[in-house]
Design a protein around this ligand. Structure first.
Ligand code: SF4
Length: 226
């Protein structure tokens, strides 16, 4: 393991889950570095993004935990906020170190807003899979005419380049083509059924193109507690 100290802060609770990766027990690790989006009903916004907790764990704490308790799960999932908002040298070092210690699967979740980092995770073989949200049918929306939809759902003002990167990220995940990858959509109540049909149609088309088995899930919207 590299001795270089990295500064990424991690949410104080490492959470074991049974549904994030099918057929796996997963340790969910949240980075506290924030998120460039502000999605409708984001469950993590208040606790993890807007008000960074005073207590946090370091990457060294995570390595200790993986050494002592890694036998309790068979996947580690790095999430956020947006995990890929962190500098890529820190991401690389964390994932390489986790891989050295932990024999299970390494998964990263992302909105897809940092395409070059998504590409590099695969090219440098730093992950077994990526779980990506496709929040809107990016391929049919117009950045100007549909700006309000982007604002309402993702809390951002879109531009063409950003939308291209979101699409390229989803495509990279489909192309990677493993059961450890995943594309998913939250069924936002603000959107008409036709939006979800368009998203699913896009994903099916790209799966055919890449001959890909990557799973797609349309998940129910969960109402935040407050
Ligand atoms: S991308 Fe994820 S973490 Fe960021 S605001 Fe949207 S739902 Fe929340």
């Amino acid at each position: 393991m590299s001795g270089k100290q990295i500064t990424m802060k991690l949410y104080n609770n490492f959470i074991r889950t049974f549904s994030d990766l099918p057929n796996h027990t997963t340790l969910l690790v949240h980075s506290l570095s924030g998120c460039p989006l502000h999605c409708y009903g984001c469950l993590n916004y208040d606790e993890i993004i807007a008000n960074t907790p005073k207590d946090y764990k370091t990457t060294e704490d995570l390595y200790d935990y993986l050494i002592k308790s890694g036998y309790l799960f068979d996947a580690v999932m790095f999430s956020g906020g947006e995990f890929l908002i962190n500098p890529f040298n820190e991401i690389r070092e964390l994932l390489q170190n986790a891989k050295e210690i932990f024999a299970g699967k390494i998964i990263v979740t992302t909105s897809g807003i940092y395409f070059r980092k998504v590409r590099a995770l695969y090219d440098e073989n730093l992950v077994d899979g990526i779980h990506i949200d496709m929040k809107l049918p990016y391929h049919i929306l117009d950045v100007k005419e549909d700006a309000k939809i982007y604002q309402d759902i993702m809390g951002i003002t879109p531009n063409k380049k950003l939308v291209e990167e979101l699409i390229a990220s989803v495509d990279a995940v489909i192309e990677h083509n493993t059961l450890f990858d995943q594309v998913r959509t939250v069924k936002y109540p603000l959107l008409d059924e036709a939006f979800f049909q368009e998203i699913e149609h896009f994903i099916e088309k790209r799966k055919v193109y890449h001959q890909s088995i990557v799973p797609y899930f349309l998940n129910e919207f969960v109402i935040p507690n407050n």
